[in-house]
Design a protein around this ligand. Structure first.
Ligand SMILES: NC(=O)c1ccc[n+]([C@@H]2O[C@H](COP(=O)([O-])OP(=O)(O)OC[C@H]3O[C@@H](n4cnc5c(N)ncnc54)[C@H](OP(=O)(O)O)[C@@H]3O)[C@@H](O)[C@H]2O)c1
Length: 345
């Protein structure tokens, strides 16, 4: 039997965007519970460049080792090409999207075809295209699991206690830091969908975009420090993090909560003194929650913004764009749908 091949981006070593190579590789076989998806578009996320550069943002002793070469990527939208054993609910020809096998780094979506666990997939909303659908999974599920429902009982690598979303409604003020990014712009809209008042923090170029998504207030962090400008906030969702993230503790009302989406540094003594809590989670694949996001996208209750698109073979240029920062929405790779180049022999 001939080996079926496809084109995919692989890393043979860790490093900058130039380690992303466009290779010819075998088409994966879907295992039990999986489907083979012909990929139309691939969402680009920070873990893609963390994997690419060998997790240089972690202390050396805690960096996981990865088998190379590896096809990176977690998010995709495409069409079911074949269905493995034990799969219910998906058929050949279905349009699907998903965050695959996260938090393991085994998504392998930077490719023309991917074997995808059916439980990680949802039907693509009919009202959005593959580029938009591929942009949603990791960012949308992160926003959903932080703000609406965790949806699983897996322990978090970041904290002993289970993360609990804060009930959102008209009496709740939410500040979203990094509001223009992938997670931020979807989190802002989920908070608005729940009726909350939202303060968006981003650089000034994003003001009309974020007001258009429903932000009630906008703070340009290049002109003023949010912690000097707002107080008595009920919830801060901070997608930026870093050594300065504890400054948001001072924006909270007593009883308020800070949700760091990226690592921050917090002292228990300070949070106890202020009467506030800090809680985070690690996003996990979840096809059922993605279907709920799909319904909101189809209904126009939320929308996903596309910063830029690049052909799969130009993944390097997509990562160069990401490294420039100031992302508005999502970066997406498009996969040309040429003549099918393989068949069972
Ligand atoms: N816990 C989890 O499971 C989980 C899941 C997904 C993502 N994450 C992490 O969450 C972070 C955000 O992910 P993402 O996909 O949303 O990233 P992204 O799309 O790159 O967005 C980052 C946004 O932050 C803004 N920003 C940068 N510096 C800022 C500052 N000082 N103040 C306010 N905004 C600032 C950027 O635009 P401007 O500077 O122009 O405003 C950009 O829009 C990443 O670190 C990612 O690793 C964690």
């Amino acid at each position: 039997m001939a080996t079926n091949t496809m084109r995919a981006i692989r890393l043979h070593e860790h490093g900058g965007p130039d380690v992303l190579h466009y290779d010819e590789v075998p088409v994966p076989d879907p295992g039990p519970g999986e489907v083979l998806v012909r990929v139309h578009a691939v969402g680009v996320n920070p873990p893609d460049w963390y994997l690419r550069d060998g997790m240089s943002n972690l202390p050396p002793e805690t960096r996981p080792a990865f088998d190379l070469p590896v096809v990176p990527g977690t998010d995709m939208s495409g069409v079911v090409e074949a269905v493995g054993a034990d799969v219910d609910g998906f058929s050949v020809g279905d349009e699907v999207f998903g965050l695959l096998r996260f938090p393991s780094f085994d998504g392998h979506t930077y490719a023309e075809y991917v074997a995808a666990p059916a439980s990680d997939l949802a039907l693509k909303p009919a009202g959005i295209d593959h580029v938009q659908a591929a942009a949603v999974p990791m960012s949308g599920l992160t926003a959903w699991q932080f703000l609406i429902e965790v949806g699983h009982d897996h322990p978090s690598p970041f904290q002993a206690a289970k993360h609990r979303p804060v009930p959102l409604g008209p009496d709740v003020t939410v500040l979203v830091n990094g509001a223009a990014g992938g997670v931020g712009h979807l989190a802002l809209q989920l908070a608005k969908w729940k009726g909350a008042r939202v303060i968006a923090v981003a650089s000034g170029r994003h003001e009309s975009f974020l007001r258009g998504l429903g932000a009630d207030e906008f703070i340009d962090y290049t002109r003023g420090r949010p912690e000097d400008l707002v107080h008595d906030v009920d919830l801060v969702l901070d997608t930026v993090g870093g050594s300065e993230s504890n400054r948001f503790l001072r924006t909270l009302a007593r009883g308020g909560a800070l949700f760091p989406v990226f690592f921050g540094e917090f002292e228990e003594e300070e949070t106890a003194e202020l009467g506030v809590t800090v809680s985070g989670a690690q996003v996990r694949s979840n096809g059922a929650q993605l279907a709920e996001l799909g319904r909101l996208l189809d209904a126009g209750a939320i929308r996903v913004a596309i910063d830029s698109t690049f052909p799969l073979e130009d993944a390097r240029a997509a990562h160069e764009r990401a490294a420039q920062g100031h992302i508005q929405g999502k970066i997406v790779l498009t996969v040309a749908q040429g003549t099918r180049r393989f068949s069972d022999a």
